[in-house]
Design a binder for this molecule. Structure first.
Ligand code: C5P
Length: 223
């Protein structure tokens, strides 16, 4: 069955403090969405790639992405969930979906291939996970600590997140649902989500410090 990667790249990226949408901010001289797409191609595990961008960035996205019959650009939505929905609509043929943030531009192709291997082995939902370095606390609206979950049982979750196509489509059929990642929607259906070891290089480029780190990683890679 076909593996289709959906790449949400329609965020405005206010936290980065840049004037262009986050996915179009350059690292090492090229927009991060380009690295994300090149990584998916390099994995050798993906048949088609749908990139969701803000409406006014469709043309520039087409121009900057690797010219390929298997890379398509569509208009995203107001929220990430709307952008993924637009991607699902553009790829009805998928047997498996990967959802992969453009902002995780430096994700090693090997990690992408490992997610697909787990899907093909029959796991319906697969996410990369790393142990957390910080202690995580819950707080109330006033900022007072309400709890400290045992760190040993916590993981930071990355992308690509892989799903059997029918499961992800079902998760997105529900109206008005909220989740900060795609696996969260699938969990609401009661489905089992499998974790596999993530990779520090799959970090999400979110803050100005992350941009410095991404540039340094690319600089080191080309030295
Ligand atoms: O804002 P955040 O870092 O959570 O965004 C994660 C990814 O989702 C980014 O690649 C961003 O471009 C994408 N996104 C999107 N459509 C939105 C909001 C975010 O495709 N409306």
């Amino acid at each position: 069955g076909a593996v289709v990667a959906l790449v949400p790249a329609a965020g405005r990226g206010v936290r980065l403090g840049e004037s262009v949408p986050k996915a179009f901010v350059p690292i090492g001289g090229s927009p991060m969405v380009r690295y994300a797409v090149e990584g998916l191609i390099a994995s050798g595990a993906v048949d088609r790639i749908i990139v969701m961008v803000p409406a006014e960035f469709v043309e520039s996205a087409v121009a900057l992405l690797p010219p390929s019959d298997s890379v398509h650009v569509v208009v995203g939505g107001a929220e990430r969930i709307d952008s993924v929905r637009a991607g699902l609509a553009a790829a009805p043929e998928a047997a498996y979906y990967l959802v992969h943030d453009a902002a995780r531009a430096l994700t090693p192709p090997d990690l992408i291939a490992r997610v697909v291997t787990e899907l093909r082995a029959g796991h319906l939902a697969v996410v990369p996970a790393l142990p957390v370095a910080d202690t995580i606390k819950s707080v109330d609206a006033a900022g007072a600590v309400t709890g400290t979950p045992d760190r040993a049982g916590l993981r930071a979750i990355q992308t690509p997140q892989g799903f059997a196509a029918g499961l992800l489509r079902s998760a997105y059929l529900a109206e008005g649902v909220q989740a900060t990642d795609d696996a969260g929607l699938v969990e609401l259906l009661g489905a089992q989500v499998r974790t596999i070891p993530g990779d520090p290089l799959a970090f999400k480029i979110t803050t100005p410090l992350d941009l410095v780190l991404a540039d340094a990683v690319l600089d080191g890679a080309s030295a």
